[in-house]
Write a protein that binds this ligand. Sequence first.
Ligand code: NAP
Length: 239
Amino acid sequence: MSPLKGKNAIITGGGRGLGKATALAFAKEGINVAITGRNEERLKQTVEELTALGVKATYAVFDVVDKPAVHTEIAKVIDFLGGIDILVNNAGISEFGKFVDMPADRWEEILLTNVMGVYNVTREVLPHLIQQNEGDIFNVASTAGLNGNPTTSAYSASKFAVIGLSESLMKEVRKNNIRVCTLTPSTIASDMSIELGLTDGNPDHILQPEDFAELLVATLKLPRRAMLKTASLWTTNPV
Ligand SMILES: NC(=O)c1ccc[n+]([C@@H]2O[C@H](COP(=O)([O-])OP(=O)(O)OC[C@H]3O[C@@H](n4cnc5c(N)ncnc54)[C@H](OP(=O)(O)O)[C@@H]3O)[C@@H](O)[C@H]2O)c1
């Protein structure tokens, strides 16, 4: 039996891409899962797939930038699950454009979603983990949070910020037996990266969302005395 069976997880942005793959991988380990996002249809469909794997599953519809909605909905899903052990801060948006070309509102939206989204959700979940003196948080940054490049100013600024937030939090709460892991994956064939034209998604040449999910499951299975601080998942031999 999986050592993770019966744990409870929240995954933001769980209706598609890396978040959905993670939700399915968690459910296969017997982890009960709540997924969140703005597109109710996709969330509903994913919850059906999760429930079919034999775990408790639910969804909540909210924008991670909307603090009051985050407060209300996170409380509801924790109540439904009967507690919380794992948070995956995965929801995020990406768009590339020259500094002077990207509209200021869009630049700000990328920052708010990717940074304040992580803050808002963590703010609601963390007190529960501190109270039970155990937990796991994954913050999904990107290789774009390690290096800036032409046209990535908004996305890179947001992901650099996620890395700073995440490392600080890790150092603050490891005393509470909470493992905070910062992930900086390279391109993975998700809906987002295919829509952006970053990859054709060919599984022979490019990381798949399931590979990302496998890393999270393996990380959770480490003995509790051990934690993965950061991880960059790369495609072995991209074409
Ligand atoms: N794919 C890659 O190559 C790659 C590489 C490195 C890092 N990442 C990071 O990995 C994470 C997942 O990316 P992905 O490729 O799986 O993208 P994706 O397919 O576009 O999925 C992103 C998810 O985030 C949710 N989301 C976006 N904005 C939101 C908001 N304001 N409020 C609530 N939910 C929101 C979306 O749900 P709704 O549409 O339902 O709101 C969606 O489920 C992101 O943080 C991304 O930056 C991706």
